[in-house]
Design a protein around this ligand. Structure first.
Ligand code: MF3
Ligand code: CO
Length: 251
């Protein structure tokens, strides 16, 4: 599929319901974060929560991905694979990225949390990453342009001296987890496509304390910062309207 889809009112209703269910999954899932928990246990809880609300995990088996949630710790940017012998510890930061399918429609969202008490630097990174999403969606209105979102995110993040990940981007979402368009989080010279009501987008800044450069680990999934500095991720599925955007994956 190459073209950006405009969802009908009926599809939007399903997207809203998918988003609401995913928001509840995230609210519950965050209770599983504590020092000593294995990342595999977080995946077990996540899958149970998704299936328990009548939905299907969309990450599981996606291009061979083996879990329902990506659990990315500290210098891991995204796509960390849950493991029975990886344990969270006090002071870590952890991003939980998960999604589900409800009646054929996908929702996708990520949050980054501290495990117990974390450093002020880590706290700041998490806060700025989250706020950059909200700055981005200030531009997300029908009639504006896709890269207005990218530039708003970048303009907010850059003064902090953080590195913006270029190798991974946000995306359209709907009947598929990943649909066009790609949504970069770094500055763009062009304006990109015109936003229209009924577009549904997963906007997901990935921000590092140090360089924006990333590497892939030997498992071919886990993305880590090239300089091993901390990384944070914040994502919601958003509906474009003629007015303010609707954040589908927040309650
Ligand atoms: N939220 C992730 C993304 O948009 C989806 C991860 S796909 C998986 O890139 F296979 F890793 F689960
Ligand atoms: Co996504």
């Amino acid at each position: 599929m190459r073209t950006v889809t405009i969802k009908s009112e009926k599809e939007i209703e399903r997207m809203r319901e998918a988003g609401k269910r995913l928001a509840r999954v995230h609210e519950k899932l965050k209770e599983s974060i504590r020092p000593g928990v294995s990342t595999k246990e977080i995946d077990r809880v996540c899958e149970e929560l998704i299936r328990g609300c009548g939905c299907t995990p969309n990450f599981l088996h996606y291009q061979g991905y083996p879990a329902s949630v990506c659990v990315s710790v500290n210098d891991e940017v995204v796509h960390g694979i849950p493991s029975v012998d990886r344990f969270l510890k006090e002071g870590d930061i952890v991003s939980l990225d998960t999604g589900l399918i409800y009646q054929g429609y996908h929702a996708d969202a990520a949050r980054t949390y501290g495990v117990g008490k974390i450093s002020p630097e880590a706290e700041k990174l998490i806060e700025v990453t989250k706020e950059s999403f909200f700055q981005g969606i200030e531009e997300a209105t029908a009639g504006r342009y896709l890269y207005d979102i990218s530039n708003a995110i970048a303009d907010y993040v850059i003064p902090y001296g953080y590195g913006i990940v270029h190798d991974l981007v946000g995306h359209g979402i709907g009947r598929n987890l990943h649909e066009p368009p790609e949504i970069p989080n770094f500055p763009q010279r062009r304006r990109g496509l015109k936003l229209r009501a009924g577009m549904t987008l997963a906007i997901e800044p990935m921000i590092n304390i140090g360089t924006g450069e990333v590497e892939w680990m030997d498992d071919d999934w886990t993305v880590v910062t090239a300089d091993h500095s901390l990384s944070a991720h914040y994502e919601n599925t958003v509906l474009i309207t003629d007015g303010r955007p609707e954040i589908l994956t927040l309650l």
